[in-house]
Design a binder for this molecule. Structure first.
Ligand code: MSP
Length: 509
């Protein structure tokens, strides 16, 4: 059966604009979606915005707007940023969508009906930034570990979801399915959470304190807790398209490590209560710091993704993020490290290979691709290096090791640059008896660019497209990863005379 893959990002809070963290989540999910699409799997990619709750009301008030005006504006901003970054989502969901609201109310009614919701006194320490309660144990020096702020004490009558009823089942599932939450460190964290007494989840807020939310279908004096509402986006989105069952069966979520608990604990219990199957995987990434420090406005080290895109191109930003962060671990962002990486791998690596191959093909053959014969063992070694790189790339990406996958692909590109040096077509070209051999060498170089260009498509879609255009290959040829080495260019095929793919970047003084 054809594999179906449903990839989701978290829904971004609209209290702030897209930043490097949310950009990374979207880049990594977009690359993963493109990778699966390229391998002919049915792929569905959803992102969107999280628009209810207290922190949104606070942000709207600070901006002097009504919550509705505010969320419309910021959600549109998110969408336009992702569009201008080339993020290829299939569905953009907003928690203020009427279809989502109706879905959440339906699930609430169902769970209430089956006795999984009860009324009680709510007491605890609440962080508005995280929109959740913290246990004393989870706090660091009495402060929220994410926001470094003191949580507020809350005490009010509210509705509770019997989360603890499902705890054992989730724990059991996690124990039996080692790749349910990955990488492993986060699985262990989730196991530790589930081995502690869990308690139940408060899922309402009284309207006299908060009106900006989804009204409970069984009590109009309350709105739904924002996390309960937002998590349901993952099934409500496909459901709004009439495709819940089909799409949901391949669900994989991507999240940052700060929101592990809602996704590893709350969400699976909600799914079980709602009578839905569990998701397939929860893929958890680490955090980006900036110049060795947590990104914060007060430190002035917040990295603006659009500024980076304008300076280095979206593909440059994508490549750096995917290559320099080991998925799951934290990484540090500096422009200096980015420039070094882009110059080494893009300008000197694939960019140089493409520019000199096209220049020589123009100079010696008027840009016409020559026969791949006569061949020599070194040509077969090059083709073999590419086959190995492709195999390693696929294996590493399948386990989310984006950095290792790209590293493996670059071993192929490096082999091609070495091949140019070793076969030295620019020297052979001086000898007229070697013309056919020079043509064959350049054909091998073009194949190197072709295969690399196809394989980079999920990670650097713009550069891949530029290479396709420069090589004058049809999208149908480009999208087929199985064309054997030496069979992509028909006889007499003419390519572009030049291509400046990744110019060298000067380091700022
Ligand atoms: N609205 C919730 C998610 C609800 S999903 C049903 C939320 N939103 S968020 O806007 O605060 O965060 C969105 C994503 O950005 C999270 O995956 C978070 O981990 C990620 N990042 C925020 N800052 C980050 C870094 N500095 N580095 C990497 N990712 C980080 O949480």
């Amino acid at each position: 059966m054809k594999k179906n893959v449903y990839i989701s990002t978290p829904l971004y809070y609209v209290n702030a604009e897209p930043h490097l963290g949310s950009t990374y989540t979207n880049v990594v999910t977009d690359a993963w979606a493109r990778f699966h699409r390229q391998r002919n799997r049915d792929t569905f990619f959803q992102t969107g915005t999280d628009e209810h709750g207290e922190k949104i009301v606070e942000a709207a008030e600070a901006a002097g707007r009504s919550p509705k005006e505010f969320v419309d504006e910021v959600s549109a901003k998110f969408r336009s940023v992702w569009d201008s970054c080339g993020i290829g989502y299939d569905h953009f969901i907003r928690t203020s969508d009427p279809a989502h609201i109706a879905y959440v109310q339906e699930i609430l009614a169902q769970i209430h009906e089956q006795g999984d919701i009860y009324f009680d006194e709510y007491k605890g320490l609440y962080c508005v930034g995280c929109e959740r309660l913290y246990t004393e144990k989870e706090l660091e020096d009495g402060l929220c570990p994410q926001h470094r702020t003191k949580p507020v004490e809350r005490s009010e009558p509210n509705y509770f979801f019997r989360m603890s009823k499902y705890q054992e089942k989730i724990l059991d599932h996690l124990e039996k399915n080692p790749d349910f939450i990955r990488p492993e460190g986060y699985r262990n964290e989730a196991l530790a959470m589930l081995r502690e007494p869990l308690g139940d989840l408060c899922i309402s807020r009284p309207k006299d304190r908060l009106t900006w939310g989804i009204e409970l279908p069984f009590d109009k004096n309350y709105v739904c807790y924002v996390w309960f509402d937002a998590l349901l986006n993952y099934t409500s989105g496909p459901a709004s398209l009439g495709r819940e069952e089909e799409i949901w069966s391949g669900a994989q979520h991507f999240i940052g490590k700060d929101i592990l608990k809602p996704h590893a604990v709350f969400w699976p219990t909600i799914l079980l209560a709602a009578g839905r199957p569990l998701y397939q995987h929860l893929n958890v990434h680490g955090f980006w710091s900036s110049g060795g420090q947590k990104m914060s406005k007060s430190l002035g080290n917040v990295v603006a993704p659009l500024e980076m895109r304008d300076r280095y191109g979206m593909d440059g930003l994508r490549y750096f993020m995917l290559r320099d962060m080991a998925f799951g671990q934290d990484a540090d962002f500096t422009e200096e490290a980015m420039i070094t990486r882009l110059n080494a791998d893009l300008a000197n690596g694939i960019g140089n290979l493409a520019s000199r191959t096209l220049a020589m093909t123009k100079k010696y053959f008027g840009s016409e691709v020559q026969s791949i014969e006569p061949s020599e063992p070194i040509d077969h070694e090059l083709a073999a290096a590419y086959a190995t790189a492709r195999g390693e790339l696929d294996a590493q990406i399948e386990v989310l090791a984006f950095h290792r996958g790209l590293e493996a692909l670059w071993r192929g590109i490096d082999a091609a640059n070495k091949y140019v040096v070793e076969t030295a077509p620019f020297k052979l070209a001086k000898d007229e008896t070697q013309t056919a051999r020079v043509g064959a060498i350049l054909h091998n170089c073009l194949e190197s660019i072709r295969v690399a260009g196809q394989l980079i498509a999920p990670f650097m879609p713009e550069a891949s497209e530029k290479l396709r255009e420069a090589l004058h290959l049809e999208p149908s040829v480009w999208n087929n990863l199985d064309t054997p080495w030496g069979e992509a260019f028909p006889e007499g095929h003419v390519i572009e005379p030049s291509l400046a793919l990744f110019p060298r970047i000067d380091k700022k003084s």
